[in-house]
Design a binder for this molecule. Structure first.
Ligand code: SF4
Length: 368
């Protein structure tokens, strides 16, 4: 593996050539995305927050729906929490939605509705880190600030054949310096979008398209094993396992739900009553008194960044019917479930379970 190249070892014409090849490629091949057709910092902010933890393919429809219903800061500041969560339902990482609304209210009260136009002002918005600040400032205002995200780490690491780890303070500083050096300060908006596109569609994590890469002739990893080995991480991410048992208490065409607390994953969303364990060996807790588990359905595992969720739904009936008012749940009609925002795995489950044509879906495999 190559050692980290010294900055002085990079000739200026290497940098100029990289910019020129990258921008030429981008102008012909850049992705046509709805948030690329605007300089409105509000819309760029919304798109960047959606894309923080969501793929472009999935985020696009959410962005268009969100902007069509909440076209400006004022509309977002005034939206109800339930409506906001419905717009966000399925995207995950719901603190992003809460932070957007919180920041929109702050822009209204502290800045008279004017979106901040300095790096410090943008960075002060809740949920906005250095990457999002650079993206908003460069794309909306042509401010020369280099973006660094997973795509940029990967492109620079392979381009320079650098084994500097991307998850240490020293390694990050190295890539920040390189990103700043490579940034085309006369065209920061196009340059930042170009390097992110290159990482997203050509220099991909696996099976990169090196043969059609516009910077292949400059790439220090091209044609070597380094392409698959870079970028390097020093620490391994620990993935915790969680075992979740949701109880579907069915009673008179209604079922019980509860609202999650406003912290942790899925904050503020509705869910079926839940029992969680860190171990597969811990059996689910018994259902409420008077209720019997009549079916057990296994949902597909749900992957979060640091957690793998193993999910089961325990379908419960009461015989004879119990007084539901004695339970501290909200009871919603089965026909109305789509009006409530649920976490993605539960939304998929409810859509199929209550679909009129598929009551026997679960009988075959007991798995959704
Ligand atoms: S040649 Fe391959 S490894 Fe190098 S930048 Fe292009 S896609 Fe990435």
């Amino acid at each position: 593996m190559h050692k980290v190249p010294q900055e002085s070892a990079l000739p200026e014409d290497f940098v100029l050539s990289f910019r020129s090849k990258l921008l030429d490629w981008f102008h012909l091949n850049g992705r046509d995305l709805p948030w690329r057709r605007t300089k409105d910092p509000y819309k760029i902010w919304v798109s960047e927050i959606i894309l923080q933890q969501t793929q472009v393919v999935q985020g696009r429809a959410y962005y268009e729906r969100f902007i069509s219903e909440l076209p400006n800061v004022e509309a977002l500041a005034n939206v109800s929490e339930d409506r906001l969560l419905m717009l966000w339902q399925g995207l995950g990482y719901y603190s992003r939605a809460h932070n957007l609304k919180y920041s929109a209210q702050k822009i209204m009260t502290e800045h008279g509705g004017d979106f901040p136009n300095t790096p410090e002002g943008v960075r002060s918005l809740k949920g906005v880190g250095p990457y999002t600040t650079a993206a908003i400032m460069s794309i909306a205002y042509d401010y020369p600030l280099a973006v660094i995200d997973g795509n940029v780490y990967r492109v620079l690491s392979r381009l320079l054949a650098s084994d500097a780890p991307i998850d240490t303070t020293e390694g990050k500083r190295y890539y920040e310096e390189q990103a700043d050096r490579f940034l085309d300060k006369s065209s920061p908006s196009d340059y930042n979008q170009a390097i992110m596109d290159l990482g997203a569609v050509v220099c991909t994590p696996r099976n990169p398209l090196c043969r059609s890469c516009p910077v292949q002739s400059l790439c220090q990893s091209y044609g070597t094993d380094l392409v698959e080995l870079l970028p390097r991480k020093e620490k391994r991410t620990q993935v915790a396992q969680r075992y979740m048992y949701f109880y579907l208490y069915l009673h008179d065409d209604s079922f019980a739900v509860e609202r999650r607390e406003k912290k942790g994953i899925w904050k503020g969303l509705y869910q079926l009553p839940l029992f969680v364990s860190n171990s597969a060996k811990t059996p689910p807790s018994p259902p409420l008194e008077g209720w019997t588990v009549v079916d057990e359905l296994v949902l597909p595992d749900h992957r979060l960044s640091h957690r793998l969720l193993h999910i089961k739904v325990l379908v419960c009936y009461s015989e004879p019917p119990v007084d539901t008012s004695s339970h501290n749940y909200e009871w919603i009609h089965t026909a109305d479930h789509k009006e409530y925002a649920f976490p993605k795995p539960l939304r998929a489950f409810l859509d199929r379970y209550f679909a009129p044509s598929s009551p026997s879906l679960f009988d075959d495999e007991k798995q959704l």
